[in-house]
Design a protein around this ligand. Structure first.
Ligand SMILES: Cc1ncc(COP(=O)(O)O)c(C=O)c1O
Length: 411
């Protein structure tokens, strides 16, 4: 029999916009014994996780629970559960993940209208509100933090405008939850999808979602209980279109997460331990402290990159604190630099997609990876790699500039 080596992944410094390094306490939580999914000890953990999710989403919504699957499963669950074929959906797009929202909405049968913005900026809120008035959609789907370009879309006014027009607002906060404010209730957002593998520093595999009663009303109208779970020969006579996915049907998932505990999928219990521990750590640090930590390390990183003579990409007025995009200097092979960083320093940064592929690097400062140690290591390593690639830069300036920022912070 072929002998396979022991699994021994190299320790990495992960400075991408996700996945990022996982807090060892989360990894420890994942090593605990599996519980049955209806064991009262486990359902208690489910309830606690819902409570903690409400805290992180800053919401009083009854429903806040994870969908099993990566963040995209949460997006798909919300959209497929809300959209009936022919529904009008408006998607303002300012990067790759806006296109993903439009793509999923189309697959749900929506009549999708998109508004597009050049990559590197966001929309003035009035422009989106005008788009809503013009198109009168059932639903607007929008990315809060666009990791492909490192931009943060302001949302405060959009939710209120949607509410006035009786339009649903669905927000992808996959990259922002736990790193910057996502005030679900204050911003009047109807459904939000968060990500685990970014600012919450939990492995990928669950997609926390929250939604309000406006969403729940639609779900309950479309709800169908699986035939095999019904006690009697109940005939389905409802005249609405059933939710097209079984796995991602939020009306069934909420019955599993709610007091009915109706059987749906088999819960990924180990991932739930990870989510619970990651949320616990987030709340223990405090949301405001966590946001301040992300902002502080972003400042040091940006100062260091500028000190090295590099140019940041995108409109600075809407920059995401947890993703910094840098233009690749002319004549430099961006992939070769990334390979050198990984091979020599065990450090990973990201490239980008579509029109930005080969033009920028994206450096993440998210969750457990968002630390002084990592920022200083990344700057030192990048400087060394660029010098090796023949870039002329002022040696040592980057680290000094970053350390100056840290010195102010600690003074
Ligand atoms: C803003 C945003 N939305 C959605 C996704 C999709 O998430 P996942 O890869 O976890 O399915 C990502 C992943 O990078 C993202 O950055």
């Amino acid at each position: 029999m072929k002998a396979y080596r022991d699994l021994a992944p190299s320790p990495r410094i992960i400075m991408t916009p996700g996945p990022v390094e996982v807090d060892p306490r989360v990894l420890r939580a994942m090593s605990y014994p599996v519980l049955g999914q209806f064991d009262p000890e486990f359902t208690w953990l489910m309830n606690e996780t819902m409570e903690m999710l409400r805290g992180v989403f800053q919401t009083a919504n009854k429903w806040a629970y994870p969908v099993d699957g990566t963040s995209r499963s949460g997006i798909e669950a919300v959209l497929v559960s809300l959209i009936e074929p022919g529904d009008k959906v408006l998607v303002p797009i300012y990067g790759r993940f806006g296109f993903l929202l439009a793509e999923i909405a189309r697959r749900c049968g929506a009549q999708v209208t998109v508004m597009e913005r050049e990559w590197g900026g966001v929309f003035p809120q009035e422009e989106i509100i005008e788009g809503i008035m013009r198109n009168r959609p059932k639903l607007v789907a929008l990315v809060h933090g666009e990791t492909s370009t490192g931009r943060l879309q302001p949302l405060e006014g959009i939710g209120r405008a949607c509410r006035e027009q009786d339009v649903l607002l669905v927000v992808d906060a996959v990259a922002t939850i736990g790193g910057v404010e996502v005030a679900v209730d204050a911003w009047a957002v109807d459904a939000v999808i968060g990500g685990t593998q970014k600012c919450l520093s939990i492995p990928a595999g669950l997609a926390p979602v929250t939604y309000n009663s406006r969403v729940e009303t639609i779900l309950l109208k479309r709800k169908r209980i699986e035939r095999g779970l019904l006690m009697e020969d109940a005939e389905d006579t409802k005249d609405f279109v059933a939710i097209r996915s079984n796995y991602l049907d939020l009306s069934q998932l909420q019955d599993y997460w709610g007091p009915a505990r109706l059987n749906h999928h088999t819960e990924a219990t180990t991932m739930l331990y990870a989510l619970r521990e990651g949320l616990r750590l987030t709340l223990e640090e405090g949301l405001e402290n966590r946001f301040a930590r992300h902002a502080r390390h972003e400042s040091a990183l940006a100062a260091g990159l500028l000190g090295m003579g590099l140019e940041l990409f995108g409109d600075p007025s809407c920059k995401m604190p947890m993703v910094t995009c840098v233009r690749i200097p002319p004549g430099v092979d961006g992939e070769s630099v990334r390979t050198m960083l990984l091979e020599h320093f065990g450090l990973e940064i990201a490239s980008s997609f579509g029109p930005l592929k080969g033009r920028i690097w994206r450096i993440g400062t998210m969750g457990y990876s968002c630390s002084k140690r990592n920022v200083l290591l990344a700057l030192g390593a990048l400087e060394a790699a660029l010098l090796r690639h023949g870039v002329s830069l002022p040696p040592g300036e980057a680290l000094q500039a970053a350390m100056d920022v840290y010195a102010i912070g600690s003074g």
